[in-house]
Write a protein that binds this ligand. Structure first.
Ligand code: SF4
Length: 474
């Protein structure tokens, strides 16, 4: 299988939060014995491109394949068929996906394509006519049907037990928890609603049952994801469902409070600053969920936000950020921004830089505007020339680096909790302010007998623009 393609991020910048740009190396789940009796079991190779939401889709496909008795192949040569889960959000991501399909066709020949780019089968078939089947995002049944058609399931699937929490492609100590699919917004640069449809939320009981199974299996950190986490439950009219003999409403506050009872780190991603987000901050201040908000602001200038048709852009965001930080001083805010959106003037960009200074966003990723095929923003006038976009991108990243450096320097001498991600010659972990893959890390200088997934108390001894160094104190 190929190594992950490089994510279009700067330093440790974030992926565009609504857009699938994080790329994962395909980590194959642990395998059982290679055969059932004398019969060789069919093997499926998986290539997962795109964001954490796409990774969860791949996990669901793997879980079902394993439940049916298929094995997961670790290389093209041993795979009977290869499933490529694609990303179709940005032009660069589409190209990466098409290249990954091409590699799978060349190396293996029997390829099934799914994911966001699968919503545009003609593009895939035009470039790669030999693919066996193309399905769209989260069409698990269609993927399974295509695998069955390519290579029938083995006769004794019940011999292979799949753990109740499903199979995960993330390390054991953290897991993504997808609470809804699709999006009711219509941001002008985004084609996610067209690819994934309107918002469909899971019931609170369903989400909590999955979370509990993950915790029972050793997960120490739950990363709550969706396209629009703040909108959770709107489609269900916030209907309650039964969990441990009580009703829990499909409402973000109620879900967060219940997740906070599980005794693990709970981190919120893709939160839009709707008014009810204010209600979540006390849970963070009380330590029930992590003091961390990933809010994809994308811009600050009112006219650009209007042209982007962003949700919740009228909510006096700076004032609210100040209020959040007063209520919860430990709060870390990460965000993503787009520069060079059509019609963005020098004044709009200067407004954004000033806003960044005011807001003191802890972590930020920045994207150059791309005219994604099918996006409404393509019709907007006043395209920003490429060289100006490039300049603005560098300016924003430098400004953010200065802010990040100062904010991390202020942590030196303080104690932080660190979850261990990596042990060996060097020990690396993350503080409560660091999400895996997209944020900074903490290097521990006193690695005595630490194991991956341990959570330790450490004193920060040094900082740079992204990372911390710390000594373990407990
Ligand atoms: S909120 Fe906007 S950017 Fe995010 S998925 Fe929905 S339409 Fe796309």
């Amino acid at each position: 299988m190929p190594a992950a393609a490089t994510a279009p991020v700067a330093g440790r910048a974030a992926p565009l939060s609504a857009g699938p740009v994080l790329n994962y190396t395909v980590a194959m789940p642990a395998q059982g014995p290679a055969t059932t009796g004398r019969r060789r079991r069919p093997k499926v190779g998986l290539v997962s491109l795109g964001c954490a939401k796409a990774l969860v889709d791949t996990e669901r496909v793997v879980t079902r394949l394993r439940a049916e008795g298929y094995e997961v192949a670790n290389d093209y040569a041993s795979a009977d068929v290869v499933v490529v889960n694609t990303c179709g959000f940005l032009i660069s991501a589409r190209e990466e996906s098409l290249a990954a399909i091409g590699e799978a066709v060349a190396e293996n020949g029997r390829v099934i394509v799914t994911g966001c780019l699968g919503a545009d089968p003609s593009t895939i078939r035009a470039r790669h006519p030999k693919v066996l089947a193309v399905t769209g995002p989260h069409q698990y049944d269609a993927v399974l049907a295509a695998v069955h058609a390519a290579i029938p399931p083995p006769h004794a699937p019940f011999l292979e037990l799949v753990p109740p929490q499903g199979l995960r492609l993330t390390p054991r100590h953290y897991a993504y928890l997808k609470i809804s699919e699709g999006c009711n917004n219509r941001c002008s640069f985004c084609i996610i609603p067209r690819l994934r449809g309107d918002l469909v939320s899971r019931t609170a009981a369903d989400v909590l049952a999955e979370a509990e199974a993950l915790v029972a299996a050793g997960t120490k950190e739950l990363l709550v994801i969706s396209q629009d986490t703040s909108a959770y439950g709107v489609d269900l009219r916030y209907a309650a469902s039964r969990w441990h003999g009580r009703d829990v409403r499909a409402r973000l506050l109620d879900l967060c409070a219940a997740l906070g009872e599980l005794g693990v780190w709970v981190r919120l991603h893709y939160v839009y600053p709707y008014p009810h987000v204010d209600e979540i901050i006390p849970l963070m201040a009380e330590g029930k969920i992590l003091p961390y908000l990933d809010i994809p602001f994308q811009h600050a200038s009112p006219s650009v936000l209007r042209a982007m048709r962003r949700p919740a852009n009228q909510e006096r965001v700076l004032e609210r950020i100040r209020a959040w930080r007063r209520a919860c001083p430990e709060l870390t805010i990460r965000s993503t921004f787009i520069v060079g959106f059509p019609g963005e003037t020098a004044d709009d960009f200067a407004f954004l830089l000033d806003w960044l200074e005011e807001a003191q966003i802890d972590r930020a990723g920045c994207f150059r505007y791309e005219p994604v095929q099918g996006a409404a923003s393509n019709a907007l006038p006043d395209r920003v020339p490429d060289e100006i976009v490039e300049q603005r991108w560098h300016q924003l990243m430098q400004a953010q680096q200065r802010i990040s450096t100062a904010r991390l320097a202020a942590k030196v001498g303080r104690q932080v909790d660190v979850i261990i991600d990596e042990t060996g010659d060097e020990v690396w972990g993350r503080s409560k302010g660091d999400a895996p893959e997209v944020d900074g890390r903490v290097r521990l200088d006193d690695p005595a007998r630490l194991r991956v997934g341990d959570i330790v108390r450490a004193r920060v001894t040094a900082a740079d623009a992204y990372d911390l160094r710390a000594d373990v104190v407990a």
